[in-house]
Design a protein around this ligand. Structure first.
Ligand code: UTP
Length: 414
């Protein structure tokens, strides 16, 4: 028996994944069969078993002490404070210490756009895509501060080629090409409900991006931390791809972090209403954290502080500033994986393609906000929704292209 096949047979039998060889035998051509063998040989079966164990445990809400987190309201800063933060931040930016990282590896399933989310046309008269809107912010900052700001774009295995082609086809939207670096995020196998690895329609192992929390390891493994160091970068704004009012180059956020001597900072907006389905910043056992809407009790969600404001009202906007030191620190830790149950088409053991109409497979994702617990403290800067937060998440209704377009136009026309 050919050596490779022998190794695969041993590994799959030892780990209860023998069905993979049945599928291998059904694949139509030799090239596909070899690709599948190669995929199987790269599998970390120990990790697969651990992931499957996670899927069997009910979500555990640890009995932790949750407390509100303190924040700074950008609109309530005194003139002196504002100028102080601004001057410190501007100096850092002008000294070339800030990079921007955009997380564009998500699948954008809710939006339902066929390409990478950044290629979505927001429906403005200019027909700008989300990527072009993000580039505009960097072009503006470049003009304002007279410095090239390195931009790192995290893609995924699925959307990397299309994303890079989109930028090339549009001549990088006028931003210097050598300031833009693409890197791919990590991936993890998807598993059936009985812990079996799946094979996709192309005969390859079914894998999915490892969540936005995978960014820290990807920055390390893909050489981006090294690249940032070589460019003397000390801070990186890390944000999602889908906020068309994002302000990635923000001297106030930078100045606040430096002045408060923290390794990371985030921007929050006030929760629209107590039961809005968003995660809010809090302290968990004394460490900065996010409490998800599925975790928060009704009482806690409605609790008011002495000013009559929600005690847990600082919603997560996925606008984060991390010092390079913090990125390095987090990249050395394994963030926990959270589970999502998704529809995943696959080839069954008879070689037939199955397209399920209901979720059938586990996807594993790390969340960026789990990184905060590793840091002792973070600064939270409350900003205004109408100035800084217009997410494109759903095809219709809340957080849709329609709501984001309106917020974008209102802001830019004001
Ligand atoms: P979301 O959690 O909103 O996911 O990601 P999504 O993929 O955009 O959309 P749905 O849930 O499938 O509809 C928030 C941000 O994190 C990025 C996304 O691209 C988005 O900018 N992200 C998410 C990644 O870069 N990688 C991931 O694995 C997940």
């Amino acid at each position: 028996m050919e050596e490779k096949l022998k190794q695969v047979k041993e590994a799959t039998e030892k780990n209860g994944q023998e069905h993979l060889l049945n599928i291998y035998n059904k694949l139509p051509d030799e090239e596909k069969r070899q690709e599948l063998l190669d995929d199987i040989l790269t599998v970390d079966f120990k990790q697969v078993n651990k992931l499957y164990d996670i899927s069997k445990q009910p979500p555990a809400f640890k009995n932790s002490v949750i407390e509100p987190i303190s924040y700074v309201d950008k609109s309530k800063l005194s003139k002196t404070e504002y100028e102080d933060y601004e001057n410190i931040g501007i100096k850092e930016i002008k000294d070339g210490k800030l990079a921007v990282v955009t997380m564009a590896g998500g699948q954008g399933t809710r939006l339902g756009h066929s390409g990478p989310k950044g290629t979505f046309d927001l429906g403005l008269d200019t027909h700008k895509s989300i990527f072009e809107i993000l580039t505009d912010t960097l072009i503006e900052a470049r003009k304002e501060y007279g410095v090239d700001i390195p931009w790192y774009i995290m893609t995924s295995e699925e959307n990397n080629d299309e994303t890079q082609k989109f930028f090339k086809d549009h001549n990088f939207f006028g931003y210097p090409k050598d300031c833009i670096t693409f890197f791919k995020q990590g991936k993890l196998p998807m598993l059936s409900t009985d812990g079996k690895l799946l094979v996709n329609e192309d005969g390859r192992l079914k894998e999915a991006a490892d969540g936005h929390g995978g960014i820290f390891k990807s920055l390390l493994n893909d050489g981006m931390i090294y690249d940032m160091k070589a460019r003397n970068i000390e801070w990186a704004f890390i944000g999602g791809v889908d906020n068309v009012l994002v302000k990635p180059v923000d001297p106030i956020l930078l100045g606040l972090s430096i002045k408060k001597n923290v390794l990371a900072a985030v921007k929050s907006i006030v929760k629209a209403h107590p039961h809005e389905k968003v995660g809010v910043f809090c302290k968990r056992d004394g460490k900065p954290s996010v409490i998800e809407y599925s975790e928060i009790s009704k009482d806690m969600a409605e609790e008011l502080d002495e000013n009559g404001e929600l005690k847990y009202g600082e919603s997560n906007t996925l606008c984060n500033l991390f010092s390079l030191k913090a990125i390095e620190k987090v990249s050395e830790v394994n963030l926990p994986y959270h589970i999502a149950f998704k529809k995943a088409s696959y080839i069954d053991k008879n070689g037939e393609i199955v397209k399920p109409s209901e979720p059938n497979a586990y996807k594993f994702e790390a969340f960026l906000f789990d990184a905060f617990e590793i840091l002792d403290d973070i600064a939270v800067l409350r900003v205004k929704r109408e100035e800084e937060f217009a997410p494109v998440k759903n095809a219709e209704g809340a957080d849709s292209p329609e709501t984001a377009r309106k917020l974008y136009l209102d802001f830019h026309n004001s």
